[in-house]
Ligand binder design. Sequence first.
Ligand code: SAM
Length: 438
Amino acid sequence: MTPAARLQAAIELLAEIEKSARPADSAASAYFRDRRYIGAKDRRAVAEVVWRVLRRKARLDWWLAFMEHPDRDNLSGQWGARARVFADMAFEGIAPEPDLFKGQHSPYRPEPHELRVMEMLAEQKSMFHRDMPPHVRGEYPEWLTPRLTALFGDKLIDEMGAMRDEAPLDLRVNALKATRDEAARALAKEDIKSVPTPHSPLGLRLARRVPLVQVQAWRDGLVEVQDEGSQLVALLTDAQPGMAVVDYCAGAGGKTLCLAAAMANKGRLVACDVAEWRVDRAGDRLRRAGVHNVTKRVIGGESDKWIKRAAASFDRVLVDAPCTGTGTWRRNPDAKWQLGEKDLLELVERQKLILDSAARLTKKGGRLVYATCSLLAEENEAQIGDFLIRHPDYRVIPVPELWAAVIGTPCPVPGPYLRLSPLAHGTDGFFGAFLEHA
Ligand SMILES: C[S@@+](CC[C@H](N)C(=O)[O-])C[C@H]1O[C@@H](n2cnc3c(N)ncnc32)[C@H](O)[C@@H]1O
């Protein structure tokens, strides 16, 4: 592809992502699937532009308004994508080129006034401007400002800065098949450098992203992709061999795999979800990992009869609840622009119903673990606060206590809950509450 053709593809893909209800990575997969003629190298180049623009969207839009770009009041669709891509090029130091799309029947040829804007942007020393409000600097929706300020106070800009950057690729070593050292050596044999993650004893962080399907250590089930924060939630669930455990919102089994390894394949582990297609996707991963103590169960929601039948029979119930995903913006930079306050309120209500329903499964003396990849207090501390009022028979196990017993290294959070963030811990934003059924 010519440089111009790559830019054109980036513009189209950005518009496609905006239009699609799907997350950016699945919209991108569909876009490339429909255009098999785009080779791997070109795909990477196009994706690099697209993801960079998504990470900078608020700042690019601010600059386009500041420079009075003619499209500044309507940056939706292909024309908005085009304006952002041109602005991004200017900040990347790529000289404005009147002949950018020469020889191509492209509707995207820059007009003289756009070239002027690009020239002015190219002269800026930084993408940050002293007049930018915090939500623009931090690249988050303005409506979240009061909530995020209450959480992070004077660390807000730094926290959101860490959330803007690309996340590293974390792997979890499958303890059923290898130790961390053995897995690191297997990766090294394939020229893949990794370092141990600082907090999870099972984590390896890769120096660069690699397509894992081509990696033998992954194909052999020695490692799986899992953010360090997610590993910690699963480990602190403290599932043990011989226990009865339910992963209530198991999805494609990310945490189920970690629970199964902690149980050494012994005992009963139920991977449960309302979405059959998600649970189905767990199948290959479980096989690859050599896990054979998992039963998959698709439930019809909170009134599913199985919940009644299985009431009070589990030692551990993990609820990895559907949430705003505000902790995963490093990976899904487009998700924040799709999120509205109404979504948050609906999710809080859904989480409450799910928690109450899952609590019915917990034995006396057993534990209920509630986790989200959200930063927001309504989905986390407030959700658990309300649960404890409705369920006085539960008590919070402070994370430092649990950490000492399960992980044994110095606990990186003050407790009582597990609250992780990219700036403070180098993980995605995660929350975990560990409750004992008295
Ligand atoms: C955060 S994801 C789970 C991710 C998964 N635990 C992992 O580690 O890969 C939340 C999951 O909750 C499921 N879910 C949504 N509503 C549910 C409900 N009412 N009961 C059970 N699961 C539900 C979704 O289908 C989704 O798979």
